[in-house]
Structure formats: structure tokens, C-alpha cells
Design a protein around this ligand. Sequence first.
Ligand code: MN
Length: 490
Amino acid sequence: MDKKVEDLLQKLITKVSLYNIEGLSQIQAAFEVANKAHEGQYRDSGDPYIIHPLEVAIILTDIGMDTATVTAGLLHDVVEDTSVKLSELEEQFGFEVAMLVDGVTNFSKINFSNREERKLANNRKVIMGIVKDLRILIIKLADRLHNMRTLEYKQKNQKEISMTTREIYVPLANKIGLNRIKNELEDLSFYCLEPEEYKKIDSKVKREQKKISYIECIKEVRENLQKILNDRKMPYEIKIRVKNYYSIYKDLLLEEQDIEETRLSTIHDLVSFKVMLDIIDNCYLMLRPVHELYKPVNGTFKDYICNPKPNMYQSLHTTVYGPKNRQVQVQLKTFEMGYVASFGLIKHWNINNQKERARMQAYIKTQYPLYDSILELDQAYGDNNRGFVDHLKEELIAITVINDDGREIELPVGSTVVDFAYALGEEIGNRLAIATVNDHIVDNNYILNDQDQVRIITNAIGGPKPEWSTYAKTAKAQNMILKYTSEKSL
Ligand code: MN
């Protein structure tokens, strides 16, 4: 066996053994099947093809995925690229694995008149994965991540692949809270799509990190945090993270600042101290000593513990004036919240447990407006793959709007007051009277912006006005308006 293949196989075995020893024999069997099937095939990099499914399986074990998912990761290109049939996989590995492999298998070339059509159909299939079984989407994300890591070897379509990554895979990873993969995919596509801008940010960050004031600031804040925590005898772990490059770039663009001129130290959360603690109470308890030590930047405090993000992200955020008035962000969260911050829904529920997985899918169904949109658009567009994908891309670009009770609601760009009211609930939508945005009364077709503060005032009775259906952008709001009107006409 090729040395590189052998090393990777060993790496996979070691990683699986650490958390899932019962799954090991099936995973090894899947490797044998995949290795034999891909024999004689090579990647653009010149590597034996099997390297790719092996790397995908390793990414999946890194995020702690279950046996069926890792097995399917190894087999994910077998049906598409070799003579092995899905029925043979089902016979050897069972229905679940076959279902997952089927979910990530691209449509065969022969069914499409051109490449573009096939690509759109495949993108549509990835998006449907979130509705069908989240694990399908996760295998696709791991597959895309390895392809993006090795993009430089790809002879064609680098930009196109990166654009799809940015427009579809990154927002999907973000939706399910898989931030570790989201950040890497985002920066890899940034590198390919805007190489000049990427290099500017890269050199700025590296220059910043070499500054003595930066190094001293990090050292001092860390030592002071450690001292506070040690004095209180709390179990803890501190991690330091620097914002990913594309997020820095977007911040600078948003401020319309010249990338060359701007000092990175103006970004309030460029550097974050992630302080992980054992229990929730200690997160709140730590807030006072932190704010006494370094003055908080008023207006930056966020309580995502009581107001979790839809992707289950929880943490307290506060930005403080650190040494030399450098702003640093301090995040206070439990160890568990720390895992969810990196891996999202699949760590909030236990992905390895079937009942928990069902609860996770149910959560997606009831809490994500995107779920209804996907089903709705799937119906509406029939076999128009382009229509489906283009519409979904828009729905994936989210803004966060804040309700007057403090709840943060994610909505697609272009959403109106009507969409927001229905996102709060069917009743609230139906009885919407007027709304204020940032304390000003607005029309119900007002298009909301990111971070708008909205207050909905309802009527005791009422129902959607006929013109609302043209105001509604989300499938959820449109459906509810339709539902009300059709029930009334009965
Ligand atoms: Mn692949």
C-alpha cells in the first residue's frame, strides 16, 4: 500500500479508536471496499484517489461523527465514480449507510444536457440534505472542505467552485453552527476569489501580531484572567482566537474603510479570549471581576446564554478596553457551550444517538424558517433547478433583527416587517397592526436591515391584508398568509 495511504488509514483508526471503538471494524471494512473500488484512480494532485475519501472520513471523525456517517464518508464517491452499486453497499453496510451515500452521490452525467444543469441539480441535492438527514449535509461539507484544501491542484473551475462554496456551503455550515468548518471554507474561498485582498489582510494580521503592544496585551490579559479564575478556584480553560480573515475583510468593507489604511485594532473583536467554565452561574459571576479589571466598551455586551442563536450558540460576549486601551473581547461560556460554538447542533444533541438525532431534526423543522422555505421552494420550482438554487441562495444570506423582548431573529436579506411578524409566530403575523423600527413607525412593507430593533404592535382581531402576500419574502410568511385566506374562504 502507498505510504501516504497507510499513514492516513492509521490516523483514521487512531482517531476512531478514541471515541468509537465499536465502530472500528465497520469503518475498516468500508476502507477496504473503497480502496479496492478506487484502485487505479488518481486525483489531480497525483495522489491515489483513496486519499480523498480517507481525508473526508478523518474530518468527520474530528467532529465526532457516528459510525454510519464515517463509513459513508469513506464510500461517498464509490457509487458515483466506480462500478460498485448502491445495492451492494446496502447489502454489506445496511440501509442507513446506503441512504447517506445516496444522499451525497452526485447525479449521473447522462441525465443532463450540460455541466451547468448538472451542477445546479447537485447543489439542490446538497441543500435538500438539511431537510432529509443533517448527516448528508455534514458529509458534503467535509467533502467540500477537503476539495477546497486541495483546490490548488485542480486544473479547472477553481473560481466557480469557490463561489459555490461561499454562496451555499458557508451559509449552510453557519446555519447548523459548524463554525470550525464554516471559517475554514470561508477563508479558503476568500483566498481563491480575492487573492489580493486576502494577502493584504494576511500581512496586516501578521504585522499586528508582531507588535510589542499586541503581544504584551495578550500576555497581560491572559495572566490577569488566570489570576481571577485561580483565586476563585474555578475549573477553566482559556483559548485565544483571532477573527477569521474573511470576517475581518467584511468588517472593513462594512465600515467602508480602506484596507491599506485601517488599523486592525479598531475591530472590537479582532482578538477574543474564550474562557470556558464548568457551570453557567460562573459565567455570570466572572463578568464583574472582568469589568472591574478592564472597563467594558458599552454597547458590546451580548447575552447569548439566555438568548441563544438559532444554531444553539451560547456565550456571554463583552468587549473591554485592555492594556494600552486595546480592545479585546472576552467570551464566557461553559465547556459544553464551547463545543457547541465549534460544532453546532451536532454537539448540542448527541449525533451518535438515534433518538437525539431525531430531536435535532425536529428542532430544525420547527425552529428554522429555512426548513419550510426549502420544502416550499422545492415544490414551487419543480424541475427548475436554477430557480430553486438562486432563490435559496438569497434566503441563505441572513440578517439578524432584534425583537423588543431581546430575542434575535434571523431573516433572509430583503425581509420586511410582515416576514418578521410571522417569524415571531402565526398569531402575531395575522394580527400585525403597525411596527416600529429603531423607535420610528414604519410601513408594513419596510425592508429590514441587519441589527434593526423592531417592535410589533398587534390588533386584538384582524387578519392579513391582501397586499401582504406581496410584502412577504419568506416562504413561511407567504404560507401563513395563504393559510389564513384559504381557511377564511371555506
Ligand atoms: Mn468527494
